[in-house]
Design a protein around this ligand. Sequence first.
Ligand SMILES: Cc1cc2nc3c(=O)[nH]c(=O)nc-3n(C[C@H](O)[C@H](O)[C@H](O)COP(=O)(O)OP(=O)(O)OC[C@H]3O[C@@H](n4cnc5c(N)ncnc54)[C@H](O)[C@@H]3O)c2cc1C
Length: 375
Amino acid sequence: MIVGVFGGGAVGLAAGIVLARAGLETQLIDPQGFETVSPTGEADTRVWALGPRAIELLERLGCPIEGDRVTAYQRMRVIDSGSDAAIQFGPDRLGVIVEADWVRAALIAVAKRTPKLSLHTKNGQALSLRGDTVTESSLDVSFEAVILAEGRRATLATSLGFDKIVTAQGYQALVGTLACTEPHRGEAFQIFTAEGPLALLPLPDHNGNPRVSVVWSMADAEATSLQSVDAEALARRLTQASEQARGVLTWVRPSQWMPIGQHHLNRDALGPCLAIGDTSHGIFPLAGLGANLGFADVCAIERAVSAHRSFDPGRFARTVARERRLEHLTTARVMALLQSTFVSTDPWMRLLRSAVFRGVDRIAPVKTLFQQLAG
Ligand SMILES: Cc1cc2nc3c(=O)[nH]c(=O)nc-3n(C[C@H](O)[C@H](O)[C@H](O)COP(=O)(O)OP(=O)(O)OC[C@H]3O[C@@H](n4cnc5c(N)ncnc54)[C@H](O)[C@@H]3O)c2cc1C
């Protein structure tokens, strides 16, 4: 039996390691290859907030998330610029902020020394399912089980017959690394601005000077208007929009704009094929959940392969899809609601969100639920 994992992002790599460790001959296929350079110097623009579930999985896989490029955050403060609404999480060990490329490099190092796992630098073109076997037009091999972890485009998934349902598009996120004049003290900060949610995530100090990572999500129209200003003016806008929560902000690396949106598949399992990670669910980054959800998919794979002595690909795909569906759909709904509700300037909406924030802040079980959702 050969299992094909299409997509060697962090989620596909983690899934490949889990399947090979369960004794299954696994081929991991990705066009961008598996040579990596671990980030050095100033933090990279793409960072992830990872919660306890993801951290524990990565530890089990042999990638402890620790060291001088990782920041543990103990508190999170969420405020709304249009009302007095605020929520505080912590003090507790809520999670870590870590560069996405750092996590991928650590997983590649483990994947390369995992028996039964082979890495192939190839671009999956189109898949077809005949009976119980999956073939790929450019590969001279057939697979008895396939994991689709090819990211948001989901080209292979659609070639197999999965339908991709786009529920929100026309949004972008500004990401980048900033120096700040106020220390973050391990606190993640998020403010709902008129443009959209803006997060300042704590990074390790650089030569003793504090750093934060920004993720500012907004609709294309607002993004286009901000893209016309120069880097210095953009940093001033960020300082202003973040209400100087971290003092004055200045770029230490060029910023980037990334397209964002929401989608899901009509199903996550089709015969012996299973979609996971961003292929199965793309969500707004406002609560930093995408990779966390993808790693939770891999935890479900771990449980499914250990639950049965023999590996039945169809049953395996159905079991994982069933276990994950509710969390995928709930998270997508909540993210869409937050993204749209919090940019409204309607006075009634402001009152409503103030009430919601107060409720969440005061009722401990609701707060715990929000924390669990985040990791
Ligand atoms: C601005 C922003 C901020 C974010 N912040 C957070 C955060 O704080 N916390 C968090 O948990 N998540 C966050 N996310 C989400 C996170 O980046 C994604 O959920 C995560 O990258 C998904 O990983 P993946 O492995 O599923 O997909 P990807 O990382 O997209 O990897 C897909 C892989 O598939 C490969 N591939 C593509 N096509 C093919 C093909 N045809 N054949 C074979 N391979 C193929 C690609 O080369 C790539 O390596 C953020 C996202 C954005 C945009």
